[in-house]
Design a protein around this ligand. Structure first.
Ligand SMILES: NC(=O)c1ccc[n+]([C@@H]2O[C@H](COP(=O)([O-])OP(=O)(O)OC[C@H]3O[C@@H](n4cnc5c(N)ncnc54)[C@H](OP(=O)(O)O)[C@@H]3O)[C@@H](O)[C@H]2O)c1
Length: 334
């Protein structure tokens, strides 16, 4: 009898344990469900707000309103590629445009194009490859001193690809001067002017995805882009009156890419529109587009061997483009 009683008690305890476990399971499942629903709702909310921002320009930050009506944007290397697209998009937003570049004829043509948007234009002839003294930048400053400059786009850049030890020293110096020193010095000569305005100002620096994915055949270029990216993001940390934005895209369809389109190459228009939206949203860093952000983050997350192989492949592609460009130039010269 005692044995039956114990057996029965044992069965009852197993039964109650099972019921308890079952309810625990239901409870956890409900908790998980509630958690997942919460995440889903937050995601939807974010997407809807982004959609809302995209559809209603009036609730987005009005750029010219923020930086001041009739103010000027100064764009380095504005005669072509990404720089030219910046000039067009900013002129459409009613910024007056000052270009700094080396080719007077090209800048003259861009200015004519920009005037059709009803804005004032100006260009300053300067070859940044000659810019290794303070005096060089002071001369540029003197030509724009009287303008109400609210926006500086540090865009000018050159890229030479190849094995470091085989590269001409002159090319390495050129990349340091045109890519890195120009960003440092243009920001330096304009910073007080930008800081002391009644309205906010902005500095956009076009760095590169190579700043995050240093590349074997672009060692000097990657280094200069890492410099401009860190430089701009450092200034962003404590700046009150100036919105600093560093841009690190991968491949953009310009002369620099020799019109070679990779699957992840984007057009200048898409890049510049995204960058302007990121500036509106108050970001200090932009990948230029979601596709490039995904690729860079994916590679940074993968293990070192995979990442290095991807970087080498990217480097080989860019070196090939560079060699093709050189061959074309040689043929044209013959
Ligand atoms: N294209 C890409 O895939 C890519 C990706 C990431 C970052 N970026 C960066 O984006 C920026 C713009 O590149 P991009 O693709 O638009 O290049 P781009 O089409 O070659 O245009 C470069 C611009 O800079 C000017 N420039 C070049 N050297 C100069 C010098 N020594 N002095 C004055 N002006 C000079 C060019 O003037 P001229 O018309 O006289 O040549 C041109 O207006 C660069 O900083 C580049 O590193 C480009």
């Amino acid at each position: 009898m005692e044995l039956v009683k114990r057996g029965f008690q044992f069965l009852v305890s197993i039964h109650s344990k099972l019921i308890h476990k079952y309810y625990q399971h239901i409870y956890r499942k409900r908790k998980l469900k509630t958690f997942l629903m919460g995440v889903g709702c937050l995601y939807l909310l974010r997407r809807f707000s982004q959609l809302g921002m995209a559809l209603t320009p009036s609730i987005r930050r009005n750029l010219i309103g923020r930086y001041g009506e009739e103010s000027w944007a100064i764009v380095t290397g504005g005669s072509d590629g990404i720089g030219k697209e910046f000039c067009i998009q900013l002129a459409k937003q009613k910024f007056n445009i000052a270009l700094v570049g080396r080719n007077q004829k090209k800048m003259d043509q861009v200015c004519l194009e920009l005037q059709s948007f009803g804005v004032q234009t100006k260009f300053i002839v300067a070859d940044f490859n000659d810019g290794y003294t303070e005096e060089f930048y002071n001369k540029i400053y003197q030509q724009v001193e009287y303008l109400d400059i609210s926006l500086l786009v540090n865009n000018v850049g050159v890229r030479e690809a190849g094995q470091f030890e085989q590269q001409r020293m002159e090319d390495s110096f050129m990349m340091l001067r045109v890519n890195a020193l120009s960003t440092l010095m243009m920001t330096r000569v304009l910073i007080n002017k930008l800081q002391n305005r009644n309205k906010k100002s902005a500095v956009i620096t076009i760095s590169s995805g190579q700043a995050y994915l240093p590349n074997p055949f672009l060692s000097v270029y990657s280094g200069t882009k890492a410099f401009t990216n860190y430089f701009t993001q450092s200034l962003a940390l404590t700046s009150k009156n100036i919105d600093f934005l560093s841009v690190t895209p991968l491949s953009v369809n310009t002369d620099m890419m020799n019109n070679k389109k990779e699957s992840y190459t984007i057009e200048t228009k898409e890049l510049v529109q995204n960058v302007i939206n990121d500036l509106r949203e108050g970001k200090t860093h932009s990948f230029g587009c979601y596709k490039h952000k995904r690729i860079i983050n994916h590679l940074l997350w993968r293990n070192q061997k995979y990442r290095n192989n991807a970087k080498i492949k990217m480097g080989v592609d860019l070196r090939n483009i560079h060699q093709q460009q050189n061959r074309l130039e040689e043929e044209q010269q013959k």
